[in-house]
Write a protein that binds this ligand. Structure first.
Ligand SMILES: Cc1cc2nc3c(=O)[nH]c(=O)nc-3n(C[C@H](O)[C@H](O)[C@H](O)COP(=O)(O)OP(=O)(O)OC[C@H]3O[C@@H](n4cnc5c(N)ncnc54)[C@H](O)[C@@H]3O)c2cc1C
Length: 355
């Protein structure tokens, strides 16, 4: 059987997320490193692969886009449970196919679902797993991964056994989406050549699973995972300098509630314990893609802006007019955030009262 590399298709509201194309690119690079003919297999869950073809590439038929970017085959989950991730059923369904096919790699971007799936599959099949990798390559046929440790202050490089499949989750911000641009020839032709292999995802109730999905609860915007937030209020070391941290944080949460925003921060804010690590934006934190991000008291270091580049509207508030963050902002305010914050809260309350 031909060697394969598997990738997990990441989607948002049924549309394929850009990071999926970064995974395809990564798979193509690994295949090139191995100088081997490797086919790329994409695992689809919660996506209608038969969406009507649209000339607009953003909404193009998923098969057409995947095929154009280099995917040879799609394994699609079907069944009524296929729209919601349930770790035990997905891992059980995939493990059977994986055992037979023994892909060289199974690549995923690191998110809440794959952070569950990757170790689960590895444990079931006794395979190696690497989580939160920032780089993956094959040197002399030996897989090598680099991953941050100690909250991103250090990086470790590890090599792995090449005789069994390697399951890898990669940090989303390293998955640049240059692979999204489909090869025009393949883009036109591949839709009909791509092979679809469907597998059943059993209903939770029918199986002897230890867990069951009872209901899905929407998180309050301020607590929402920052990778899913529509509006983000991001704070840096400059916030709370004058007002005192605790008072400033209370006001930050009040402003976030009024805006319907999720709160995130830079590494110094996480290091001083004001926000948990999962709220860190940047190279060693998360990549965010909100409609609006408001950066308060943030200088805009490379390692931070790497995580906000895909935001649609960027606002920055900083006392230093030369701060790098302003290069990324469509609206910049030079001023003291500790003074601006109560004014914003007051104005938003007034607007809500008028509304
Ligand atoms: C390997 C590596 C990985 C890293 N990964 C990350 C990462 O993932 N995420 C991350 O964020 N950083 C990361 N960093 C750290 C990064 O280099 C910066 O040090 C960090 O982003 C700076 O955070 P900051 O903007 O909050 O603080 P600072 O750079 O100190 O900036 C504070 C800003 O606040 C402004 N300010 C001060 N007072 C006020 C006020 N009252 N009102 C308004 N503005 C005010 C100042 O003018 C200044 O611009 C990493 C570093 C390394 C070496």
């Amino acid at each position: 059987m031909k060697n394969t590399i598997w990738i997990w298709i990441h989607q948002r509201d049924g549309l394929i997320d850009d990071i999926t194309f970064g995974l395809v690119q990564e798979a193509r690079e690994l295949a090139a490193d191995m100088a081997d003919t490797v086919s790329i297999v994409a695992i689809a869950m919660g996506i209608d692969l038969n969406d009507p073809l649209d000339d607009d590439q953003e909404n193009a038929n998923p098969l057409n886009l995947l095929g154009g970017c280099g995917v040879d085959r799609v394994i699609q989950f079907k069944g009524s449970s296929a729209s919601t991730y349930h770790g035990e059923s997905v891992a059980r369904a995939l493990s059977g196919v994986m055992e037979k096919e023994r892909p060289l790699f199974f690549l995923m971007a690191h998110d809440a679902d794959t952070a569950d799936l990757a170790p689960r599959l590895a444990a079931m099949l006794q395979l190696q797993v690497v989580t939160r990798a920032v780089d993956l390559s094959v040197n002399d046929q030996i897989p090598t991964a680099v991953r941050p440790i100690a909250n991103g202050h250090l990086f470790e490089t590890r090599t792995y056994n090449c005789r069994t499949s390697l399951i890898v989750t990669l940090l989303p911000n390293v998955l640049v989406s240059s692979g999204r641009e489909p090869d025009q020839e393949r883009y036109r032709d591949e839709k009909n050549n791509i092979v679809i292999h469907q597998i059943d995802l059993q209903q939770n109730e029918e199986q002897d699973f230890k867990t069951r999905i009872i209901s899905t609860i929407e998180a309050e915007p301020e607590n929402l995972d920052i990778t899913e937030a529509d509006i983000i209020l991001a704070i840096g070391r400059g916030v709370g300098k004058q007002a005192g941290n605790e008072t400033a944080l209370d006001s930050v949460y009040e402003l976030a509630r009024l805006l319907g925003a999720s709160v995130a921060g830079t590494r110094p804010v996480i290091d001083r314990g004001d926000l948990p690590f999962e709220r860190q934006i940047g190279q060693t934190g998360k990549t965010v893609t909100p409609r609006l991000i408001i950066n308060c008291g943030i200088s805009g270091a490379n390692e931070y802006t790497a995580g906000i580049e895909k935001s649609k509207q960027v606002i920055a508030i900083n006392t230093d007019a030369r701060a790098r963050i302003f290069r990324f902002a469509s609206l910049g305010i030079v001023g003291d955030f500790d003074l601006i914050l109560p004014l914003l809260i007051k104005r938003l309350i007034q607007l809500k009262d008028i509304g």
